[in-house]
Design a protein around this ligand. Sequence first.
Ligand code: OSB
Ligand code: MG
Length: 378
Amino acid sequence: MKLRNTISSVELIEVEMPLVHPFRTSFGVEKSTYSILVKITDSEGKIGWGETTISKTPGYSSETNETAWHIQRDFLLPLLQELLKSNNSPTIQDILGNWDSVRGHEMAKGGIEASVWSLFAEQENVSLGKLYGGSKTQIPTGVSIGIQTDLDKLIARIGSFIDKGYQRIKIKIEPGWDVNAVKRIRQEFGDIKLMVDANSAYSLSDHHIKVLKDLDRYEMMMIEQPLAYHDMLDHKKLQTMLSTPVCLDESIHSPHDARVALEYETCKIINIKPGRVGGFANAIEIAEIGGKDVVWCGGMLETGIGRLHNLHFQSRSEFNIPGDTSGSDRYYAQDIIEPKVEVDENGFIQVPTAKGLGAMVREDVIMQYTTRSLGIKF
Ligand code: OSB
Ligand code: MG
């Protein structure tokens, strides 16, 4: 696929969206989501939207809203402008290749890349899901639940999501909030689809290995990123000690990382977050490398724009494991898209079929949450 009409402008819009519940993980508490939305307009006035899925602090990833703003404004957009002077109908691969001189900064790249896919869908008059190679009409989904102040609150919160239909429960864990929580969940809810995400809070110390082996007895779907955020070796050792599949999140930044992790049996499962791997072209490649039962789609508490992109991506056939894409209400009092994303009583989300993102972007609502913006004429 190639760009049909040339790009006339790109706007970076940083938003701060308050979460309805603070989200506590082993690396900190998030009270709001900070995203850089990317609005790309072509010479016919067609508009694409992307979301840069960064946080305020470098606790999950080394990127933050400040680093992404800097890299997008000072490097990625000038490089894109330069490319368009010599090639006015680039492909996604041309755009990514042109950014090779910028190392890392996957999320900064992914936000702009997503806006180009969205513009392609508008120009081609097709749904974004189709461009992402998907054909499913609905996707199975789950919810990721933060660390709570006590176990009763955790049980109540899980109960409310099970009542709403969510197919799978993921809880965040850290030393001191792990085996006790999982044991209680199994007592209260029996054999629900359950998994834990440690966000790198454990090591291969004797004490932690004991905890991880205790967790192994609860027949969970997987344990996500228990060890260091950049590790590929200790997770491999850990996987040989556990029957529960190890899932990598933070350690995977590219299709190459995914190949290393799977070929070296560092993990059995990969959480694909399109932003973390530099956008949807890489995310698709990883989905193809892993296939069914191996890959699933995570989330970064995205606003409606990133959520729609993830939804379309998950209409691909590989996604049979319920993901972390929850309904808009689970995150925000008011989403920036209409209609908002909803999970039905069987834990499925319908994939929009209309062209492009398949929902309306509420720029008036975006304005209420905007903390800064920058328009660049191409
Ligand atoms: O580790 O998967 C994670 C949110 C922010 C940062 C990291 C993670 C998460 C989640 C929430 O687990 C997923 C979501 O609901 O979007
Ligand atoms: Mg994770």
